[in-house]
Design a protein around this ligand. Structure first.
Ligand code: GLU
Length: 306
């Protein structure tokens, strides 16, 4: 692969998109603490497998990573449980909204994949069975980002106060025997993982093991095996961006995981990880400008898995 100077490319994307801030999309309104975030922000950062970095815009501002946390809770669960994790969680795109109850009923409490809310709650239950899940997540992310990462208590409280659908999903799964632990304990972990607060720069570093066959971005030690890493990337590509995963594969062609805080992390296997953030979301719940930024990145660099 020829070396590429990424900094001018990110500067260019930032310059192209910044004038569009405030012109479309909506900040997630259903979690009050997120509804207060200014939509007039855009950040982008990347880290290559060799450790080079580039960043532009609000790349150092911390934001609520929300569903992007599902990548890391899944990583912890795969590390601890290997194949047995899949006895209670599927691996198919859901084709329905991320907080939908309908499929759970027909599929007898087994969530379609680990990236919809029901799936992530089932993963959180597995982590609760193994110990202090919140501390484990914080420790993993701190090690991966190379600096401490925070959980925003206000966002977690806001989620808990308004998380009626998540409580419904958890109770429903408990009724089917998918969850072993107390529903309130599992939801507490889930709400706190969603409330992790990180910058694009931290996220681009932390997700680095996903472009390096599972090796830690800074230390080089194994986080996941190469085979496990391929599977996480496959799930990101097929299930990582809500109901727009097909469109993301079509237009961007990179494994991605988004969150309703407006962040999206993308992996170019064997090359780099990239994180974009802009809080205003499109109708599919993905960051409007974040998605546009990824399209521009692929257009300008030709980097895609296809
Ligand atoms: N905390 C959010 C929820 O459970 C996460 C949603 C997301 O980012 O997809 O509704």
């Amino acid at each position: 692969m020829p070396p590429m100077d990424f900094q001018p490319i990110l500067d260019d994307i930032n310059a192209q998109l910044r004038p569009l801030l405030g012109q479309g999309g909506k900040v997630a309104g259903y979690i009050p603490a997120l509804a207060r975030v200014s939509p007039l922000q855009f950040g982008i950062a990347l880290r290559t497998c060799a450790g080079e970095t580039a960043a532009a815009g609000d790349s150092a501002t911390r934001f609520s990573i929300q569903s992007m946390s599902k990548l890391f809770s899944l990583t912890l669960a795969i590390r601890a449980l290997g194949e047995t994790l899949w006895e209670r969680i599927g691996r198919e795109p859901s084709g329905s909204p991320f907080n939908s109850l309908v499929q759970l009923e027909t599929e007898r409490g087994i969530p379609r994949n680990p990236f919809i809310n029901a799936g992530a709650i089932a993963v959180a239950d597995r982590l609760v069975s193994m110990g202090d899940a919140k501390a484990e997540l914080l420790a993993l992310l701190g090690r991966l980002a190379g600096e401490p990462v925070l959980m925003d208590a206000e966002v977690a409280r806001s989620e808990a106060d308004t998380g009626f659908r998540n409580a419904a999903l958890a109770n429903f799964m408990k009724g089917f025997g998918t969850l072993d632990n107390d529903v309130a304990t599992v939801l507490d972990v889930y709400f706190h993982q969603c409330a992790l607060s990180m910058s694009c720069e931290q996220m681009a570093c932390a997700a680095g093991y996903l472009c390096r066959d599972g090796r830690h971005p800074l230390a080089g030690t194994p986080v996941l095996s190469p085979a496990q890493t391929r599977r996480v990337n496959a799930l990101m590509l097929t299930c990582g961006t809500y109901d727009a995963a097909g469109e993301f594969a079509f237009r961007i062609g990179l494994p991605c995981k988004s969150g309703v805080g407006g962040g999206i992390v993308a992996v170019v296997p064997d090359r780099l990880t990239l994180c974009v953030w802009s809080p205003a979301l499109d109708g599919t719940g993905n960051s409007l400008l974040g998605r546009r930024a990824l399209e521009l990145f692929v257009e300008k660099t030709g980097l895609s898995v296809f």
